[in-house]
Design a protein around this ligand. Structure first.
Ligand code: FAD
Length: 385
């Protein structure tokens, strides 16, 4: 089956759904740091969060370009998919590396939205980007593992039933390679929350439902180990390109929102007896951001094309994530500047979107790490860390 990379029918339907969630809705959630439950429910009911799950497990079995179209549209309309995008792709690790039993047990309910798998516990306070130095351990004890340690920035943990957790099962000193000895678990948080699992919300610059987690002898059934023990790092890596591509689409959506919002304001705001948009000093940053977005979007399309052809395009997915994040940031800057003082007023949504899109320079991967990947793996320069 072939698909139109643009998916106009999906975009139109998502845009229509988003009309029900205007700026006022997102402003209220932002002000109260509240989870956008109604929005997530509407997306779930429309089936969009099951887009990438195969039909045999109850999903829509759409290609990644459809996932991109959905996320881009949400952001282009002024919303934010961060509350639920992980429900779309975290299941990829289970789908690719889980046993048939695990897939049959969890995927149909994830596809329905009855089960939420949208927490992803990798980052730790001490190790940060150096994932293989993480300190959370999982020790085998009969038919279960006992987990001890801590995670930080585990987003949506309070709004998720399941969590994909990366923990060390073999001490680093006993491993031939530092990437060995890490394992992935599907943790049913409902069974341990409030007992051996403590979840503490982190108030952050933007409304992101992010948390820190503490594991205190947390039991996880051995049946919930994904794939083979000790191979978890590569399982997590194998999902990174899809994540980069989908996040890049959100950035393109943000860039389009900022550009459209800046243009509308530049046309309508009159100072010195003429629209501010008549000044080239106002036009050029918007035009530059637009050019950046178009170029970044082409790289994203290339990454999607290669991915859908069955490849695992590390170079293009990383470039797309970096270029799209830079384009959304340039558009955010141009939009805020165009609005002058009003750019700082909550009711225009510009300052909210500005805070939200800034995140992409740091998470889910920071720009330096992408440049490092390109320098080493694409350009063949020596590894720097
Ligand atoms: C709102 C939010 C939500 C998040 N959600 C999740 C989540 O759901 N799950 C999860 O596991 N993580 C999550 N993260 C974590 C995120 O992936 C990390 O913050 C990010 O990867 C950077 O890690 P760090 O914060 O530990 O920074 P550090 O690793 O401490 O790095 C700090 C800075 O130094 C730079 N740096 C570090 N080492 C090098 C080097 N060798 N060369 C050049 N520069 C370097 C980095 O690029 C960065 O700019 C989230 C973060 C935020 C802020």
């Amino acid at each position: 089956m072939t698909y139109d990379l643009d998916h106009p029918e999906i975009r139109e339907a998502v845009a229509k759904l988003c009309v029900g969630f205007p700026g006022a809705y997102w402003r209220r959630c932002d002000r109260e740091q509240a989870y956008p439950t109604e929005f997530v429910m509407a997306l779930t009911e429309a089936g969009y969060l099951s887009a990438l799950i195969p039909e045999e497990y109850g999903g829509l079995e759409l290609p990644i370009s459809a996932g991109c179209a959905i996320l881009e549209e949400i952001h282009r309309s002024g919303g934010n998919a961060a509350a639920c995008h992980a429900q779309m792709y975290t299941m990829g690790t289970l789908l690719r590396h889980g046993s048939e039993d695990q897939k049959r047990r969890y995927l149909p309910e994830i596809a329905q939205g009855a089960l939420r798998l949208q927490a992803f516990g990798v980052t730790e306070p001490t190790s940060g980007t150096d994932t293989t130095a993480l300190r959370t351990t999982a020790r085998r004890d009969g038919d279960r593992y006992i987990v001890n340690g801590q995670k930080i920035w585990t987003s949506r943990a309070e709004h998720s039933d399941l969590m994909l957790l990366l923990a060390r099962t073999t001490p680093r000193k006993d491993c031939a390679k530092r990437t060995d000895g890490l394992s992935v678990f599907l943790v049913d948080m409902r069974a341990v929350r409030g007992n051996s699992l403590t979840i503490r919300p982190i108030r952050a610059m933007m409304n992101h439902s992010t948390t820190e987690l503490f594991f205190d002898d947390m039991p996880v059934p051995a049946a919930n180990l994904i794939g083979e023990e000790g191979k978890g790092f590569r399982y997590i890596l194998s999902g990174m390109n899809a994540e980069r591509i989908l996040i890049a689409a959100e950035c393109v959506g943000d860039a389009k929102w900022f550009t459209a919002t800046a243009i509308a304001y530049a046309r309508e705001r009159s100072v010195f007896g003429r629209p501010i948009g008549q000044n080239q000093g106002v036009q050029f940053p918007i035009a530059t951001a637009y050019a950046q977005m178009r170029a970044a979007e082409l790289m994203l399309r290339e990454a999607v094309r290669l991915y859908e052809a069955g490849g695992n395009p590390g170079e293009e997915a990383n470039l797309a994530k970096m270029l799209c994040a830079d384009a959304s940031w340039a558009a955010a800057e141009a939009c805020l500047q165009t609005h002058g003082g009003f750019g700082f007023a909550e009711e225009y949504d510009v300052e909210r979107k500005y805070r939200e899109t800034r995140l992409y320079q740091v998470a889910p991967i920071s720009t330096n790490m992408i440049l490092s990947y390109i320098a080493e793996h694409v350009l063949g320069m020596p590894r720097s860390y």
